[in-house]
Design a protein around this ligand. Structure first.
Ligand code: HMG
Ligand code: MG
Length: 298
């Protein structure tokens, strides 16, 4: 049976915008985050405290945090790959962060320049400092349903990394289908296996829509008892220079499906569509949400 409530984690300002090659002003990023909180999102991933050489677009994250209108009850979070990132996040007043590991060695090397085990070891001092300072930490596992370099990924390897992140204190582990190659049957099988390592109510789904499977994979996950999903307003994300690459599933499309299923999220669809259209206009590109596009032609 389906859950009565779902929590959506909006990752557009981070996972979406991190890939943008064109400069985006701090004011436009702040407006996006404020539009999202006004639409009723309760969890917004605002930015990253990573090396600016690796992801230049996220360099202004501290300024974005300083300027957003923080709405009570909303979690405004950031990615932090190491202790240095956590310290920068704390200096910016961030109260929740996320660490990110991968289920594939090759992806770990390309994304964070170290092996899976090295990354987990690097998170240990971060987790300790976070605990001392009352900072909540979420965990990500990338490449859970396929890797751009290694192809197939063993669900047992996903379960191992998820278990380690949960054991070191992550309150929730988000399973990332980084390249969107997953299909619903494989998604169900993955959750079945990973849930033996981390309880289902501590797992989240993070589906990129590259192959158009994300909504089906979310529905499959709902049937497996998963109640938290990451999504990106207007489907932001994907590299404009890489053919076929695409972002996270569009938040509007997920919300439309959940509304249709009678599942409560506390989010207002029309306000969310407006937020997505505004940032799409800023970026000068078509809105990546099918629901938003349909509404424009109504
Ligand atoms: P490295 O080069 O191995 O790190 O990078 P290092 O420790 O040798 O340091 C090199 C330089 O980076 C030094 O500066 C450090 O101070 C600096 P220099 O002395 O050369 O001037 N540095 C930092 N600067 C700012 N903030 C920091 C930081 N740490 C070191 N936190 C590192 C290793 C992890 C830092 C690098 O690889 C990195 O920043 N990677 C981030 C990559 C990234 O953000 N990827 C996208 C997010 S993950 C994702 O999108 C997947 C997800 O959506 C789920 C899914 O879809 O699967 C979450
Ligand atoms: Mg992602």
């Amino acid at each position: 049976s389906l859950p009565k409530q779902v929590r959506l984690v909006e990752v557009g300002p981070r996972d979406g915008l991190q890939n943008e090659k064109q400069p985006i002003s701090i004011a436009d990023k702040v407006r996006l985050v404020d539009d999202l909180s006004a639409a009723g999102l309760g969890h917004i991933e605002v930015g990253s405290f990573v090396s600016p050489k690796w992801v230049p677009q996220m360099a202004g994250s501290a300024e974005v945090f300083a300027r957003i209108a923080q709405k009570p009850g909303v979690s405004y979070t950031a990615l932090t790959p190491n202790l240095k990132g956590l310290e920068a996040a704390m200096a910016a007043g961030v109260s929740e962060v996320a660490v990110f590991a991968a289920a594939s060695e090759a992806f770990s090397q390309k994304n964070i320049n170290c092996s899976i085990d090295e990354s987990l070891a690097r998170f240990a001092p971060l987790m300790e400092a976070a605990r001392e300072n009352g900072i909540r930490v979420r965990g990500y596992v990338s490449c859970v349903l396929g890797c751009p370099y290694e192809g197939e990924v063993d669900p047992a390897q996903v379960a191992r990394v998820a278990r380690e992140l949960f054991a070191m204190g992550c309150y929730e582990v988000s399973l990332g289908d980084t390249i969107g190659t997953g299909t619903p049957g494989k998604t169900r099988q993955l959750i079945d296996i990973v849930s033996r390592a981390v309880p289902r109510d501590k797992l989240a789904g993070h589906f990129h829509d590259t192959y158009g499977q994300a909504l089906a994979n979310i529905y499959a996950s709902l049937l497996e008892g998963i109640c938290v999903f990451d999504s990106s307003v207007a489907g932001l994300g994907g590299c404009p220079y890489a053919k076929g690459a695409s972002g996270n599933v569009a938040s509007e499309d997920v919300l439309y499906m959940l509304d249709g299923l009678g599942i409560d999220t506390g989010i207002d669809l029309e306000a969310l569509i407006a937020a997505g259209q505004r940032i799409s206009d800023v970026l000068g590109r078509p809105n990546g949400s099918r629901v938003a596009k349909a509404r424009q032609h109504r």
